[in-house]
Write a protein that binds this ligand. Structure first.
Ligand code: SAH
Ligand code: SF4
Ligand code: F3S
Length: 469
């Protein structure tokens, strides 16, 4: 069947969608050209804020309705985090939905599709089925490989921040065996991937929990390495030039991690380190496990090891009982740290989390006001950071044609800033190139090509000869 996947939510969902595409292809299905010619349509959902769920539910409402008029569309399925949260209630909301598979059961998708084709009954797969845990190895495939790819290292989360739905939908923290992670990274490098981003909710906690998805034993296969060692091992892989990882937590910013970041050339000089709030009282209510002193120390340690490291963050405004003074403390702390970029979110109560039991007492307009202020502050700060790079010659990984302007290409700096440039005839996707920054724009930089530092993979040219490597 021709399938198409619409993906909402975070990088983990993007990674899951890619793994599912590879899994479906292995089971004889093929990727459709787009949503319009799909026979099997999957909506990968997110539950992190109410708005994310509304978006996914709206899309599911439209697509399940479209089935009546578009006969080529045979199955519509909901997958991912919202399925884990809503379970059977999804079918009350969406009577024409064919099946729903939760984020922890995605490996069973091909069998669910088969059953859905065989009969009219809606099918639900959520939670963990012990008989299927071995199937997590099925989720190691990649359908599309460009210059850069995601690799899961840590599933789930054990932190239990008081506002967060993720532990409920993704389950407890489990580290994947290092062996499997490195094998996946090696395979990607062999296919021409030059940059991987290792994913986990609190990624530096990697290795703390035993790996139990693939096997319940404690044999070497079930053992996970501490995170800095995993970075070292991945950096040794032939052809992998850049390593990134997300998300960080101050507790993971140990001297060993700082040393690894400072001494392994492949590790990019960027860390996404969500702060959430700059008020110690709010951080405590959020159950984040640090105060601003600890956060500040983590940043100092990183900057000592990697002086020009870019630090980006997530902030929640309007948490229950957040006063104006506490909001201003967040604002001031963001200025003190000087974040390179930040995502600002309005607090959204998630049913079943501890914070959902507390009065959501910051008015919607006030949340919006706080959100706008932090966004404006950050835009100014991000632009100032970009302006400091004007005139410098910087290394970027060429990713290919820019989404906004077909004449130009784009790439990213080690610090994760986007650079657009006019490619010369020699440059290929996956090349590490040097560009001189000529202008700073609100969300990107304009650069001029100086030269190729390291040539990436080369496709056979028109005569069928390899022109490099
Ligand atoms: N594991 C990561 C973040 C996962 S969710 C971490 O802890 O850093 C991504 C971001 O969504 C969070 O950092 C937080 O800023 C935001 N978020 C999570 N739950 C939220 C909620 N209930 N309301 C508003 N924003 C939320
Ligand atoms: Fe959610 Fe906290 Fe885990 Fe991040 S660390 S996923 S915010 S519980
Ligand atoms: Fe990601 Fe949303 Fe799930 S943020 S982990 S897709 S709830």
């Amino acid at each position: 069947m021709k399938f198409h996947i619409v993906t909402y939510g975070c990088q983990m969902n993007e990674r899951d969608s890619d793994a599912i595409a590879a899994l479906l292809e292995r089971h004889g299905h093929e990727s459709a050209q787009g949503e319009a010619d799909a026979e099997l349509l999957l909506i990968n959902t997110c539950s992190v804020r109410a708005k994310a769920e509304h978006k996914a539910l709206g899309k599911l409402g439209l697509t399940t309705a479209a089935k009546q008029t578009r006969t080529s569309l045979r199955l519509v399925g909901a997958i991912g985090c919202m399925v884990e949260r809503l379970g059977p209630r999804l079918f009350d909301k969406l009577p024409r939905l064919d099946f729903a598979v939760g984020a922890r059961r995605l490996a069973s998708l091909p069998f669910v599709v088969e059953r859905a084709l065989a009969g009219p009954d809606p099918i639900l797969a959520v939670g963990v089925n012990p008989a299927e845990t071995g199937n997590m190895a099925e989720m190691a495939g990649h359908a599309e490989t460009g210059v850069s790819a995601y690799v899961n290292v840590l599933y789930g989360c054990d932190r239990g921040c008081s506002y967060c739905i993720v532990p409920a939908v993704r389950g407890p923290e489990v580290s994947r065996p290092a062996r499997d992670i490195l094998a996946e990274a090696r395979e990607l490098a062999a296919r021409g991937v030059r940059e991987i981003t290792m994913l986990g909710q609190s990624v530096m906690a990697y290795g703390r929990a035993q790996a139990v998805w693939e096997s319940n034993d404690r044999s070497p296969r079930g053992f996970a390495e501490p995170f800095p060692r995993l970075l070292e091992a991945a950096a040794d892989i032939e052809g992998l030039w850049r390593l990134r990882f997300a998300s960080g937590h101050p507790s993971g910013c140990t001297p060993e991690l700082a040393r690894a970041m400072g001494s392994i050339p492949a590790v990019c000089r960027h860390l996404h380190l969500p702060l959430q709030s700059g008020s110690d009282r709010i951080l405590k209510l959020m159950r984040r496990g640090y105060d601003i002193g600890v956060y500040r120390q983590a940043v100092e340690r990183l900057r000592e090891a990697v002086p020009d490291i870019a630090i980006t963050t997530d902030i929640i405004v309007g948490f229950p009982s957040e006063t104006d003074a506490e909001f201003e403390a967040t604002r001031a702390f963001m200025e003190e740290i000087g974040f390179d970029n930040a995502f600002i979110f309005k607090y959204s109560p998630r049913p079943g989390t501890p914070a959902a039991g507390w009065p959501d007492d910051v008015a919607a307009e006030e949340k919006l006001r706080r959100n706008k202020i932090l966004l404006q502050d950050q835009q100014r700060r991000t632009l100032a950071g970009s302006e400091r790079l004007v005139g410098q010659t910087i290394e970027i990984l060429a990713e290919g044609v820019s989404a906004r302007n077909a004449e130009r290409w784009c790439g990213r700096t080690s610090g994760n800033r986007i650079v657009v440039f006019e490619p010369d005839s020699a440059v290929r996707k996956g090349d590490l190139i040097r560009v001189r920054i000529v202008r700073a724009m609100p969300q990107s930089l304009l650069g001029e090509m100086v030269g190729i530092v390291r040539a990436g993979p080369r496709q056979p040219d028109a005569e069928g000869k390899r022109n490099s490597e």
